[in-house]
Design a protein around this ligand. Structure first.
Ligand code: GLA
Length: 409
C-alpha cells in the first residue's frame, strides 16, 4: 500500500507538481492498521540546498530551503515501553523496546532493519538527553525520494522528534530538536553529517531560502527571486551516505585545518581561512586535501556573494554562483557523477534556466535548478529529452516550492 495512491506514476505523466497529503487517508490507514484513531499527525519536509555544499561540517554558512515533499506520520502514545512502526511505502513493520535501544534489535532479538535506525536513533538521543520518550505506535509515509540527496532521512528524524516532543509534553526549541536528530545520525546511524538537513526540515519558511550560519546557529529567511521556480531533477543514480566517501571528505577538511594551523594559529575550521591566505599557503597541503579545502573556502565565499545577490535582486549573479558551485563540487570536491554533470550542462543550455547544480552530498542524487516561472514546463521537457539523448536514462523532475518546516498537522 502506498498512501496517496499513484505518486510514482504521476511524476512521469507530465504532472510535475508534488502531491499533497490527504490527512483523512493517513488517519484511516492508521485506524485500519492499529484499530484506533491516531493522537496526532506530523509533517516534516525534505530540503534542497541552493549553495553552501559540504560546508556545514566546516562551520560555514549554508543556503537550503525546505520543500513541499515530506514525511507524514500518524501516531499514538502507548502504555507499553515499545515502539511499533509500520512503513506502508515499503510494507514493512517492526517493534522494538525503548529499554534496549543500544542493542539495535527488535523485540524478537533480530537486528533492526536499516529504515528503523532513524526513529530508534532519535528515541535513543532523546533518552540520553534526559527527556521522556513515550511508547509509540506510528505509521509513516514519505514523498521525499530516498537516497536522492533531498534529506529523506532528516525528514524521518524530525517527524519522530516532533512526535515524541508532542506526546511527551516536554518543551524544546526547534534548534534543540534539530541537534538531537543530527546526533542520532552521527552516533546511531553512523554518518558524520552536519546540521544543515535537520535545520532546514525544522525551520523551513514558505517561499524562502534559509541562510544558516552553522557556527553561530543564527539564521535568516531570504526570499527566493520573484517569478522563479525550483525544479529538482533526479539523475536516477542512488547514493549511500554511510559509504565512506562522505566521512573521508570530512577527514580531509580536518587535515587541512591541522596543516594550515601551523601558519594560522587561531583557526578552528576552514570557515576561518580566507581565500587570500589559502592561496598563499596551499602548497603546504597534500594534493587531494588542497582540492577539498579550496572547494570549501571558495564555497563559503559564494554563499555570502549569493545572499548579497538575492538581496539586491541580481538573479544573474546568483545563477552564475550556482553553476560555479557545481564546477567546484565536480572538480575540487569530486562528489559529482557524469549523470549530474550532464543534467547541469543540459540545463545551462536551456533558455530561462538561471542556475543549476547538484544538491546535497553528491555521489548521485539530484540537481536543483532555478528557473523562470513561465518556462518551467518547457524546461522540464527539454531537460528530460536532453538527458535521455545524452545518457539513455530517464530523469524524474519535480517542481518544488520552498515550504514551511516540521510540525503537527
Ligand atoms: C548531507 C549531510 C549535510 C551536508 C550535505 C552536504 O546532506 O547530511 O549535513 O553536509 O550532505 O552539503
Amino acid at each position: 500500500m502506498v498512501i496517496g495512491g499513484d505518486r510514482g506514476a504521476r511524476q512521469f505523466a507530465g504532472d510535475h507538481r508534488p502531491l499533497t497529503m490527504d490527512t483523512s487517508q493517513l488517519r484511516s490507514a492508521f485506524r485500519s492498521r492499529f484499530g484506533s484513531s491516531p493522537d496526532l499527525l506530523v509533517r516534516a519536509p525534505g530540503r534542497v540546498n541552493l549553495l553552501g555544499e559540504h560546508v556545514d561540517y566546516n562551520s560555514g554558512p549554508v543556503l537550503p530551503a525546505a520543500i513541499d515533499r515530506a514525511v507524514y506520520l500518524a501516531g499514538s502514545a502507548t502504555a507499553a515501553n515499545h515502539v511499533h512502526l509500520y512503513a506502508p511505502d515499503i510494507d514493512a513493520e517492526v517493534t522494538f523496546s525503548l529499554d534496549s535501544l543500544e542493542t539495535r534489535q527488535d523485540l524478537m532479538g533480530n537486528p533492526l532493519p536499516n529504515w528503523a535506525h532513524y526513529p530508534a536513533g532519535v528515541a535513543w538521543v532523546i533518552q540520553q538527553s534526559g527527556k521522556q520518550v513515550a511508547g509509540l505506535r506510528a505509521l509513516y509515509t514519505s514523498d521525499v525520494p530516498i537516497g536522492a540527496g533531498l534529506s529523506s532521512s532528516a525528514a524521518v528524524e524530525m517527524a519522530f522528534a516532533v512526535t515524541w516532543q508532542e506526546i511527551g509534553a516536554w518543551s524544546a526549541d526547534r534548534m534543540t530538536l534539530a541537534r538531537l536528530c543530527q546526533e542520532a545520525e552521527n552516533h546511531y546511524v553512523g554518518v558524520s553529517s552536519g546540521l544543515m538537513d535537520q535545520f532546514a526540515s525544522a525551520y523551513g519558511v514558505l517561499d524562502h531560502a534559509l541562510l544558516f550560519d552553522t557556527r553561530s546557529l543564527e539564521w535568516e529567511a531570504v526570499p527566493l527571486p520573484s517569478e522563479t521556480v525550483l525544479v529538482v531533477a533526479d539523475s536516477g543514480v542512488r547514493r549511500s551516505l554511510t559509504s565512506s566517501a562522505y566521512n573521508e571528505r570530512r577527514a580531509a577538511c580536518e587535515k587541512a585545518v591541522d596543516v594550515l594551523r601551523q601558519d594560522l594559529p587561531g583557526i578552528q575550521s576552514l570557515r576561518d581561512v580566507n581565500s587570500t591566505d589559502f592561496y598563499r599557503l596551499r602548497h603546504k597541503l597534500p594534493a587531494e586535501v588542497r582540492l577539498r579545502a579550496e572547494h570549501v573556502i571558495t564555497e563559503i565565499e559564494r554563499v555570502f556573494s549569493a545572499v548579497a545577490a538575492l538581496h539586491s535582486g541580481d538573479q544573474v549573479t546568483f545563477g552564475e554562483l550556482m553553476f560555479a558551485g557545481h564546477a567546484s563540487l565536480r572538480d575540487l570536491y569530486q562528489v559529482s557523477t557524469p549523470e549530474l554533470d550532464a543534467l547541469v550542462e543540459i540545463a545551462g543550455g536551456i533558455p530561462g534556466c538561471i542556475g543549476a547544480r547538484l544538491t546535497g552530498a553528491g555521489f548521485g542524487g539530484c540537481t536543483i535548478n532555478l528557473i523562470e516561472q513561465d518556462i518551467a514546463e518547457d524546461f522540464i521537457q527539454s531537460l528530460q529529452q536532453g538527458y535521455l539523448q545524452r545518457t539513455g536514462k530517464e530523469t524524474q523532475a519535480y517542481l518544488c516550492q520552498a515550504s514551511q518546516g516540521a510540525g503537527t498537522i
